[in-house]
Design a protein around this ligand. Sequence first.
Ligand SMILES: [Zn+2]
Length: 321
Amino acid sequence: MAGSAGSDFMIPESVVNRVRCCRCRGRLLHYEDVLSCESCEIIFDTYGAVPVMIAPDNPFFGGRDLKSSTASGFNERLISRVGRFVPGISLDLGRAPVMGQLRRLGRTGDGVCLIVGAGSETELLDFLRSCYREVVVTDVVQGPDVSVVCDGAELPFEDAAFDCVIAMAVLEHVLDPETVIAEFHRVLKPGGVVAADTPFMQQVHMRAYDFTRFTDLGYRWLFRRFEEAERGVSVGPGSALAWSIMYFFRAFAWNRMSTFVLTAIARLGFFWLKYFDYILARRPGGRDAAAGFYFVGIKRDAGQVDNALTAADLPKQFSGL
Ligand SMILES: [Zn+2]
């Protein structure tokens, strides 16, 4: 049911139709600037036209101001400004193969894609919009492209609602990656595609919201219920070394401004290390020293025999030195 509020507060019909209660998957009633669950009667807030599908008793996000990244402390705004003056410290070599797989596996044209943890990657978003009929962008905070604010551990969507789920540089920021991956599996259609990248050798970023790292095999195990389409090094050893030097410099800092200055100095001095990744990321030893990994997988059709990766088979997946 659509509310009668002005257009600024109108949640688009496509979003209202798609979103469900994050707790019980009940349908939602839309009254002016709130949504309420028909079944369990949880009331959900909205930020203008964006529903905030986080239950008030959510142990991590409940009751927080998620209106902007700065309000909730997710963003390192001052530090990120370094990027305006000096070259980037790392190369993302995972994006091209991930896009290649999505182009190959994606149900081009008529599919629906879910982005969990949007950040501000317009290039990826534009690409996905070219591949899928609809792209639903979610994050735990409001952002320029975000259409639903939600927690990856309690996705407010029906089972098998999506053809694709994307989570780039997100899983290190969730408290319980296993739960989040189970949610990805649940909301994907059989045959649907998951694509995600996550750091291995990278220091703390996003301050108080950085919790986990994965080795290549640890990451493969996280996605054990998915058939592997491709996995590999997203950020290589050169970037890992450059990050390490930069954070060594930053360890001398005493406040945010000195962190900013030391970050700029380290980046100017050592950004060139990332170019070694073009050679090293492909080498077996490069996997052991990588800064991060990507995984693209497929949810098996329900009719298929379930031959998910077993613990006994996991070591055979090792491709380091
Ligand atoms: Zn409910």
